[in-house]
Design a protein around this ligand. Structure first.
Ligand SMILES: Nc1nc2c(ncn2[C@@H]2O[C@H](COP(=O)(O)OP(=O)(O)OP(=O)(O)O)[C@@H](O)[C@H]2O)c(=O)[nH]1
Length: 319
């Protein structure tokens, strides 16, 4: 990591983020309630709930409705995208989750070709199910899991990774960089041969009521809410605030800034100039209309956010 001549000015950076009176209600599309209803209706054929969430926000942003309405089945929390998460406080996180009643946790990286944690999922689920009643499914020899989670956390990628690892088979579930790719509800997909195990893929369902704007912003930063609903500019500013708070200054080197900054306009301007993302606009001056070149702040914000999501700004823990 680059050393800066002085980081004293960093102590004056924001310690609290100003959300400017934003409300989160309009960030959550109505079709998600329908998704949850369909999931509930399919529960009778399910042995275990595999809840998948982003490992960079292990404690916040999970849908409380999952706990309340789907809690009738054994449950495992898969914290995916571990390759992007700073897990130096993993034990603390696990303890906190345990206090919240989450006993079975598995960290995964679905993009890695041969990830041991993916191999562990089926045996772990079998262990969880041991000696548990299977209700009206006792005569079935095959198992069925339901994979649930907020959008874009990697539900489809997990299914594909399981098929790749356990069955040496290709993709069954469509993967996308934008939240809301999985719309068709409840496709049943085989993920293991011995024992025969199936997974139901479900659409991402956001909580209808997010506990705070900050949690909403973390969800947005991790790509679970369509960017334009929240605003690229504020997501980028929250990203800068978070990186500075974590003393993660990797953006300085990446975008060739002179030193860390708490000023999003300045940072975006540098990013736009470095990436050649400028736009020509008409400006009215004392001598009439002229065309001037200005930084494209939206394009710069988008690049900054994307770099973070890809892991180009290092591993982070937002909780
Ligand atoms: N770095 C990293 N990226 C991942 C991982 N798993 C999934 N992704 C990426 O995350 C994005 C979303 O993955 P999906 O599998 O489509 O997520 P989903 O939860 O099915 O999405 P919805 O259909 O919107 O609910 C894709 O760009 C994936 O490549 C992982 O373990 N690490």
């Amino acid at each position: 990591m680059r050393l800066f001549p002085s980081l004293r000015h960093v102590d004056k950076f924001r310690t609290v983020f100003d959300f400017g009176g934003r409300e989160v209600a309009h960030w959550f599309p109505g079709h998600m309630a329908k998704g949850l209803k369909q999931m509930k209706a399919s529960l009778k054929s399910v042995d275990c709930i595999v809840e998948i969430h982003d490992a960079r926000i292990p404690l916040s942003g999970r849908n409380p409705l999952f706990q309340n309405t789907l809690d009738v089945r054994p449950h495992i929390l898969v914290l995916n995208k571990m390759d992007l998460a700073d897990l130096s406080n993993k034990q603390k996180i696990l303890k906190k989750l345990e206090r919240d009643g989450v006993k079975n946790v598995l960290f995964t990286d679905c993009l890695k070709q041969a990830d041991n944690s993916i191999k562990k999922l089926v045996p772990t689920v079998l262990e969880i199910l041991e000696n548990k009643p299977r209700f009206n499914r006792d005569e079935n020899i095959d198992y069925c899991m339901m994979v649930i989670g907020v959008p874009n956390v990697g539900k489809s990628s997990l299914i594909n990774a399981l098929r790749r690892t356990n069955l040496k088979k290709g993709r069954a579930s469509r993967v996308g960089g934008e939240p809301g790719i999985t719309k068709a509800v409840l496709t049943k997909i085989q993920v293991s041969e011995r024992p025969k195990m199936y997974l139901l893929d479900t659409p991402g369902v956001l909580p209808p009521k997010i506990e705070s704007v900050e949690t909403g912003m973390k969800l947005a930063l991790c790509g679970t809410i369509l960017d334009h609903l929240v605003g690229e500019d504020i997501i980028a500013d929250y990203l800068l605030y978070s990186l500075n708070k974590l003393r993660n200054f990797s953006y300085v080197e990446k975008y060739e800034l002179q030193e860390p900054s708490d000023d999003i306009q300045l940072v975006l301007k540098r990013i736009a100039v470095k990436l050649g993302k400028t736009q020509r606009v008409k400006a009215l001056t004392g001598v009439g209309n002229i065309t001037v070149t200005i930084p494209n702040y939206t394009a710069a914000a988008y690049d900054f956010i994307r770099a973070f999501r890809k892991g180009d700004l290092g591993q982070v823990m937002l909780d």
